[in-house]
Structures are given as C-alpha cells and as structure tokens.
Design a protein around this ligand. Sequence first.
Ligand code: C2O
Ligand code: CU
Ligand code: CU
Length: 492
Amino acid sequence: MKKINRRQFITLAAAGAGTAVAASWMWERVSSSQLSAKPAIDLPKLHKSNNGLLELNLEASNRAVKLGDKQAYLLTYNGQIPAPRLEAKPGDTVRIHFTNNLSQATNLHYHGLHIPPTGNADNVFLSIEPGESLNYEFTIPSNHPAGTFWYHPHRHGFVAEQLFGGLAGLFIMRGELDEIPEIKAAKEEFLVLQDFALDGEGRLMSSAHMSIMTGREGDVITINGDPNPTFSLPAKGMVRWRILNASTSRFYRLSLENHLFYLIATEGGALTEPVEISELLLTPGQRAEVLIKADQKPGKYRLLNLPYDRGAMGMGMMGGGGMMGRTGMMSRNEDTPRVLATINYGSAVKPASLPKKLSVIPALPKPKQVRRFELNHGMAPGMGMVFLINGQPYQNNRIDTQVKLNTVEDWEIINTGVMDHPFHLHVNHFQVISRNGQPEPYPAWKDTVLVPRGETVRIRIPFRDFAGKTVYHCHILDHEDLGMMGTLAIQG
Ligand code: C2O
Ligand code: CU
Ligand code: CU
C-alpha cells in the first residue's frame, strides 16, 4: 500500500494580480428560476439495467423539494435532488427518454463514460429546447471499466446555472472492482456533494447576484440533498464511499476525524492498490472511491470540509461595489473547517481487511505528439471578461484540436492565470504523467485534473474506439460558460 503525504495532493501557489474590468454583461444573465414549481414526485431513486438494458424516462423541470427541513425550489431530474442513480454493466444498452421542461435549452452529458460523442449518445452539441424531448441511446463497450461516473446538463452558456440548480446524478458502472471480496464485504455508500445559494424563500439566487468569474458557490452544502446527514459505520467493519463533487465551482477538501481514507478509485476507475491519505481534495467534476476502516472507539465523528484557497479575481477587477451577492467573492475562502456530516458507529461486525491488488494500469507509450494548452483569462471584443484556452474563448463552429483515433498524445496544460482550473476531457480517460516536471506518485485513470495557478500538468491520453467531435474544458462551469472550453475532433 502506498502512503502519500498531503503536500503531494495540495499545491498552494501565490495568486498574482489581476487586471481591472467592468462587468456589465453579468446583469444580462438572469436566472430563469421560476416562482412556481411543481412539488417533488416519488419516483425510483435508482434505475438498474435489466437483461442488458437500462431504460428510463428522465424529465428536467423546476420542482419544490426538501433540503433537510427547508423547502427549496430547484431544477431537478424526475423531481429529485440529487437526480436518480443509474447503474449499468459493460455491454449494456442505455435508452433514456428525455424531456426538457425547463425554461431554457438543455441536453445531457455522461461525464466520464467512454461512449461515442456523436449522434444521440454523449453529444454535447445537441440542444433540446423547452418542451421538447429526445431519446438518448448508446451501448456501453464490453470492456468499459467499473467506476463512479455521472450525468449533468452540457448546453454551452447555461451549464453553470443549470448544474447549480441541482441537475446532477450518478451513473455507476458495475464490474470487476465490485467483485473484489474485501470491497464486496464493505458497506457501500454514495455521496453526492452539491452546494446551493437560496434566498429567504428557498428560491435559487439569480446568476446576476453570483460571483460567476470566481465561480459561483452557495452557502448551503448538501450531501445527497441533506445539509446535515448522518452516516453509520459498522464498528470494526469497513465502508466504501463513492464520492462525487457535483458542485459548480466549490472544491472539497475532505477529512474524517480520527480516520484515514484508503483511496481505491479515481475518475477513470480502480487504482492498482489502495493509497492511504488523510485528506481528499475533490475539484468540481471529480470522483473518488475510498475505503474507511471503522477501527476507532464507537461514538460520533465529523466529516469536515477543510479550507482551500483556489485563487480569485482581485477586488479591483469588479469595477466598484454592488457586484457581490451574499456569496460574494470575499466569502469564498472559508478559513475554518466546516462540518458536512456526522458519522455514527453502529454495532460490531467482524474485522475487515483492506484489499491488496485492485487492478492493472498499463503504462502508456511515450508519444511524439505533445500539445500545449495555456489556461488564462482576458478581455474579448464584444464579450467582456472571458476565460481562455491558448488565448481564445470557446467558439461553437471552430475546431481547436485535431487528433487521430488510435494514437496516444501528451498534453501539457499550463495555468498562467490567478485561479486554479480543473481541466476535464470528454470520452477518453487519461493518466497524469507529471506536475511541474515531478512524476506522479502512482498511476491512475482520470478525466479531470487540477491545474493549480502557476503550475504545469502533463497528461497522456489514448484516443480509443470513437471518432467524432467533443470538448475539453475547465470544470468550474462558470469558466466553461465564459469561454474556457475547446473543441476536439477525433479523426477515424
Ligand atoms: Cu462534467 Cu464537460 O463535463
Ligand atoms: Cu464531462
Ligand atoms: Cu477554471
């Protein structure tokens, strides 16, 4: 088993100075949250595939839901926060009858799944207008890794607003990892982390009142829609937590009092062996699976979110007051740990042991093709403040990067800005090779990697199985909507 110290997980860099801008455009992006909303409905919270088929109806709409004992009016799939969990196996066909009852165009993205980016599959260029329906259908490759994936809207321009309204759910791929005896014996829990900004009546704050350049954050943090959940650990036993950061911009730096985490899987599935860590940093879009040994005295332990500084635009950039809502930029860096959940020890079971081997992660051949992607922000004519990749804001009809199917490439992602950016690639998983020239301590398959301000991260990507057009972007979704996205064409 590997032990990793905290410095290898968190790299803090000093923020540079920003430039001054006015931000009049912010006022034009008013949230569409409705004043009336249908109440939540009681539909299954889990949809599993059956005889090779996962089929369901999925409706996006405004609903009145309960966050703990508080009433809130959110954007939901099938009236649920978080959205229903989907579970499938390699080789399954997935058929989703999707209806958009939002007041904006939307679509669905299957984050982390290795499926076609074309047709009615993981195609982020589709746009489903209000009142319209679309049938999504795709087949999962028979060699797809097991793991914790998810689905959320990806209609460019509205992604942050819709995700922040609550539209996110898990997509679990079952497989080999689930069959390892020690893991099978562990109690499985799913933790979907979301944050919300609500007014006194429980209505979503409009985009105009959010600090969207920093990336909007809400002060209500929920796990599985609950602001104050309790989890139980079987004393002496072990739990397997599958954690998704489904927040629009908020980073989570998790730590469980008196306990270690044993990391067994990242975004792309299983590691080779468990890695012992004392805290877990999850950027928006990232997932992790950890085992926790319930080897302490029975009692209550707190799951904490520790402070993390992800950088910010300087105050001078905002061009005067009035731009800071309740969740204004100064409140973003919370400097004290926050309790997210309470863990209760249950009754004793027989002592559990950690698995030794989890999977095999082959080293990828060192490629000739190396590309560079610089992340930064700036001004664009007619658009105001934008977020840029290689100096350009996203444009729908432009191909930014062309690669060949069945090749491997190294991408060097360089953050020259003043904020951290989690870089995400669709369709194909990658391995992190180095950070600032330092080799990564252990191999892992990932789809989202943190590129801290001032740093350079090198990733190695095999382009496999699917040709077509897709995207890469910052998973602080306000940055994505404000331009930090590029189009990738994979040529067959
Ligand atoms: Cu979860 Cu393109 O995103
Ligand atoms: Cu994605
Ligand atoms: Cu970003």
